[in-house]
Design a protein around this ligand. Structure first.
Ligand code: UDP
Ligand code: MG
Length: 312
C-alpha cells in the first residue's frame, strides 16, 4: 500500500463528506493504493455515523472511535498504530488542509528520501489572535530544538512508515512530533509550503490555553530529551553549585564572626542567601536521586530503536 492518511477529528460532521470525496478523487487520479483512517476523538455530533456510511461505500475508508475525547495526540497515536502504507500522511478534518498537497508530499518521502516532511502554512487564514502567538511559539521551538521548521504544529505532515511506528505521541505532544522524531534518530526533516484555507464549518477545538500548554510542553520535552535518562546530571550539577555557594557564604560569615566579632550576622541579607542556597541545593540533590530511581525503574529504560542488524 502506498499511502495511509490519518485524520483525527472531534465533532467535524459537516466537513467529513467533502473531505473524504476530495481525498478519494486525488488518490484515484494518481493511482495510489491507499487507506484513510478517521480517528473519531469522542465526537458528540454525528461524525461517527458519517464515517460508518463513508466506509460502507468505500472499503479504503476506515475508522477508530474513542469512547470519550482524549485529545489530538491520542488520536494520532492510535491511528499510527494501525497504518499499513509506506507513506503516512496526517491532516486535519476541518478542510483547512488541502488533499491536493498529498502527491507532492508523497514524492518528497519516496524519492527525496525524507523521514518527515512538515507542511508550512506560509499564508494563513486564521484570526490574528492565533497567528501572532504561533509565530512566537515556532521561534521558541526552533531556538530550543535546533530544528529549522517554520510551522511545527501544521496538521498536514508526511512520514515514512518507520517513523510513526517508532515514536509515541502522548499528552499534547502532537505539536512537537518533529522534535520527537528527531530525538528518535529520524533527522532528515523537510518542509513544504502548503495551501491553507479558512475553516469552513464549525469552530476551532483548541482555546487560548493552547499557547500556555504549548510552552510548558516545550520546556518538558527539551528537559526530558536532554536529561530524561540521566536526571542526576541536571539536578546534581545545580544542586552542587548552589550548595557550594551557600557553604562559601556560611564560611565567610563564620570567619567574620570569629575574627571580627560581627555579632549581628543574622541581620545581614547574606546570611539568608547562604542559608537558602544550602537548603535549595540539598533539595535539588535529593530530587535528583528520586528522579534517578524513577528512571531506573521505568519499563522503557532500555528501549532503543534499532535500525538494522547483520548476522543476528
Ligand atoms: N481535534 C481532535 N481532538 C481534539 C481537538 C481537535 O481530534 O480534542 C482535531 C480537530 O477535529 C481537527 C484537528 O484536530 O481535525 C485540528 O483542530 P482544529 O482545527 O480545531 O485546530 P486549529 O486548526 O484551530 O489549530
Ligand atoms: Mg483547524
Amino acid at each position: 500500500m502506498d499511502i495511509s492518511i490519518v485524520i483525527p477529528l472531534y465533532c467535524e460532521e459537516e466537513s467529513l463528506p467533502e473531505l473524504s470525496a476530495w481525498i478519494v478523487k486525488v488518490m484515484n487520479e494518481n493511482n495510489f493504493t491507499y487507506e484513510v483512517i478517521f480517528v473519531d476523538d469522542g465526537s458528540t455530533d454525528g461524525s461517527w455515523k458519517i464515517i460508518e456510511e463513508l466506509s460502507s461505500e468505500n472499503p479504503n475508508i476506515k475508522g477508530i472511535r474513542f469512547r470519550r475525547n482524549y485529545g489530538k495526540s491520542a488520536a494520532l497515536n492510535c491511528g499510527f498504530a494501525e497504518v499499513q502504507g509506506d507513506v503516512v500522511i496526517t491532516m486535519d478534518a476541518d478542510l483547512q488542509d488541502s488533499p491536493d498537497e498529498i502527491p507532492e508530499l508523497f514524492k518528497m518521502i519516496k524519492e527525496d528520501d525524507y523521514h518527515l516532511v512538515s507542511g508550512w502554512k506560509k499564508k494563513r487564514y486564521d484570526p490574528i489572535t492565533k497567528t501572532i502567538p504561533t509565530k512566537l511559539f515556532n521561534w521558541a521551538t526552533r531556538k530550543t530544538t535546533n530544528i529549522k521548521l517554520h510551522d511545527f504544529n501544521c496538521g498536514l505532515k508526511a512520514y515514512k512508515k518507520d517513523v510513526v511506528k517508532c515514536i509515541e505521541v502522548y499528552g499534547e505532544m502532537h505539536r512537537y512530533i518533529p522534535v520527537i522524531a528527531k530525538w528518535a534518530g529520524f533527522t532528515r526533516i523537510g518542509e513544504k509550503v502548503v495551501q491553507h484555507r479558512e475553516r469552513k464549518f464549525g469552530v476551532t477545538k483548541f482555546g487560548m490555553e493552547r499557547f500556555v500548554n504549548g510552552f510548558l510542553d516545550l520546556i518538558s520535552i527539551s528537559f526530558v530529551s536532554r536529561f530524561g535518562k540521566k536526571p542526576m546530571h541536571f539536578f546534581g550539577l545545580w544542586g552542587t553549585l548552589l550548595f557550594i555557594s551557600g557553604a562559601v557564604i556560611a564560611g565567610y560569615l563564620a570567619y567574620a564572626k570569629i575574627f571580627f566579632d560581627s555579632y549581628k550576622m543574622t541581620e545581614r541579607p547574606l546570611f539568608f542567601l547562604g542559608l537558602l542556597c544550602m537548603v535549595i541545593g540539598s533539595q535539588m540533590f535529593l530530587t535528583g536521586f528520586i528522579a534517578e530511581m524513577l528512571s531506573r525503574n521505568s519499563p522503557d529504560r532500555n528501549s532503543y530503536h534499532i535500525e538494522g542488524k547483520i548476522g543476528l
